[in-house]
Design a protein around this ligand. Structure first.
Ligand code: YRO
Length: 311
């Protein structure tokens, strides 16, 4: 009998498959649907301090190969998600989940994380480093000095298990530089990758989403090779105490298998979860188990990170 069970830090999960932040995870109703599915956990839509409506519609579109979005961080405000997770914690729900957060400024990020630190919340938190920084500068995760300073400041007061959600990187030196920064901190995990930023999809002669004159983050089939490269690059470089959640281009058991081969301890499904809804977790789990059975693997630790190279 094969198992897709895993752990992140001290948290155990029956299934290594879960949703990716942003897809069908904004309301308690959506989160409850994931919680009662075969997913091993849920992550919330990244929450800001205050509720946000997000960008004008249409702000997400699909193509045969994936998705483009410029949602603009619509969410119900961080207290909505914290209160919900605290209520689950109180009733001893048999599973841990992930609270995704980001501030609209570094100060707001500190206010959110200080509030979590001072609360009874004992679960995992993911900080979305694709966060807005000062205008004219790139997102935090593409600004290495700012990332280092932000994490330094956070870990002066934050003592609970924390991970960061990273955008994809495309240069070996950037893998080296970001890993050197991350290795300085007691992070529990990284989640690699967020959408590939600022793509453009055109239908006939017109863009397909309204915000940013059509520019948006790309997900789905387009991004699997980039996601796998990022997962494996960080697996090769991070200290073993920082685990990896693999996200990007997962719609089958084979895709999840490849993320785990690259080093992922947990695997998230974004675009394809959007298309298929909660039945996808059982389908992909079954497909992954069939591959494991055929190869004689009983747990994901039997092959995690064991990608083969050519001599
Ligand atoms: O537009 C979003 O809410 C969004 N879409 C993504 O594909 N990834 C994200 O991290 C977010 C939220 C963060 C931001 C892009 C709006 C700064």
């Amino acid at each position: 009998m094969t198992s897709t069970a895993t752990h992140i830090g001290n948290f155990q999960f029956d299934n290594c498959l879960m949703n990716a932040a942003g897809v069908r995870c904004m309301s308690i109703k959506e989160l409850e649907a994931i919680r009662h599915s075969k997913a091993g956990a849920f992550v919330t839509k990244t929450a800001t301090l205050e509720e946000r409506a997000g960008n004008p519609h249409p702000r997400m579109a699909s193509t045969p190969l994936g998705t483009i979005n410029s949602m603009g961080l619509p969410n119900k405000g961080f207290p909505y998600y914290l209160d919900y997770l605290l209520s689950l914690q109180k009733e001893n729900a048999d599973q841990s989940n992930i609270l995704s957060v980001v501030g609209m400024s570094q100060l707001e990020t500190h206010v959110i994380l200080q509030t979590i630190q001072n609360s009874d919340y004992q679960g995992l938190v993911e900080l979305n480093l694709s966060c807005p920084n000062v205008p004219g500068k790139p997102q935090i995760a593409y600004d290495f000095e700012t990332t280092e300073k932000l994490l330094k400041d956070i870990f002066t007061y934050y003592k609970k298990p924390l991970g960061v959600k990273l955008p994809p990187y495309f240069d070996i030196v950037h893998f080296d530089q970001m890993a050197d920064i991350l290795n300085q901190f007691p992070l529990t995990f990284i989640n690699s990758v967020n959408s590939i930023g600022n793509g453009l999809v055109i239908d006939d002669e017109t863009v397909v989403i309204k915000p940013k004159n059509g520019f948006g983050g790309i997900g789905g089939d387009y991004i699997k090779p980039t996601a796998l490269a990022n997962v494996h690059a960080f697996y090769q470089r991070l200290k073993p105490s920082i685990q990896i959640i693999g996200t990007g281009g997962v719609k089958s058991g084979r895709d999840a298998f490849e993320h785990i081969l690259c080093g992922a301890s947990m695997v998230q499904i974004g675009s394809a979860f959007g298309y298929e809804d909660v039945p996808i977790f059982e389908r992909v789990q079954k497909e992954l188990q069939d591959i494991m059975t055929e190869k004689g693997y009983q747990t994901i630790e039997d092959f995690r990170g064991k990608l083969h190279y050519i001599d």
